[in-house]
Design a protein around this ligand. Structure first.
Ligand code: F6R
Length: 243
């Protein structure tokens, strides 16, 4: 595990965007999975800027959406589809046929899971994942003590995830379930970055990376990945020994 600690969220975003752009240059046509949420937004903006400057071709890559709130679609502010399309897919000019995202409004959620699994398989597996960490340690919607198997699944959201969700929607919405790529499939990704910033993440980052992997803190399972990079700002790293 390579833990990189930066002075600010902006530096974390910029340096991670450079690392990701370099991987993209060396691996055109491979499949990427970016988390939505607030944490990766600076890095995603950095990637779009690098593409504009000729530093990488984001349109050469393929994308798998990490997760979605069941019951929300692109028209809903704060849905993963809305965040990713507006912050990344649209400004980066990603062709629709280069992306597969969960439809949180689909009648048949199991079919959505099989759709995503088929997409990942057809693209030769995940090449790169860039993940955020929830306040309860979730990654994607792999909630504490969630399913321990490969593939994609729907899952009941835990109380912390439901409480935190309001920050994305600007109001309280009755979201109770999510759909996600499971952590065992995420672990098959050839390269993996986990990002976190801010002092409110310091305790969960300590639980995720200062101790042994545990199903109580799904992010800690990323330690099992062979080439994990954990990129933190100094506030999120404050409770790690080298933070
Ligand atoms: C979003 C996702 C979530 C977030 C996590 C952190 O697609 O997968 O696991 O990464 O909840 O969210 P932020 O970055 O908003 O703190």
């Amino acid at each position: 595990m390579d833990i990189r600690i930066y002075d600010s969220p902006a530096e974390m975003a910029e340096k991670t965007a450079w690392s990701v752009a370099s991987l993209i240059r060396q691996n055109p046509g491979r499949l990427i999975c970016f988390a939505a949420g607030d944490t990766p937004l600076g890095m995603l903006r950095g990637l779009v800027r690098l593409q504009e400057e000729g530093g990488c071709d984001l349109r050469s890559m393929y994308y798998a959406g990490l997760d979605e709130w069941i019951g929300l679609g692109y028209g809903d502010k704060g849905s993963c589809a809305q965040v990713m399309k507006d912050a990344f897919y649209t400004p980066a000019g990603i062709p629709p046929e280069h992306m597969c995202i969960f439809d949180g409004l689909a009648q048949d959620a199991d079919a959505e899971c099989r759709k995503m699994e088929g997409w990942i398989k057809a693209r030769g597996g995940l090449f790169l994942t860039v993940l955020g960490v929830g306040m309860n340690g979730h990654i994607g919607f792999n909630e504490p003590f969630g399913p321990d198997r490969e593939g994609c699944f729907t899952i009941a959201l835990d109380a912390t995830t439901r409480a935190v969700s309001e920050k994305y929607f600007g109001k309280s919405l009755p979201v109770t379930a999510g759909i996600t790529i499971g952590w065992r499939t995420l672990l098959t990704s050839e390269r993996m970055f986990v990002l976190a910033s801010g002092k409110n993440k310091a305790s969960i980052i300590e639980q995720a990376f200062a101790g042994k992997p545990s199903s109580a803190v799904p992010a800690s399972r990323t330690q099992e990945h062979g080439s994990l990079v954990v990129a933190l700002d100094k506030e999120a790293a404050a409770r790690l020994k080298n933070g």
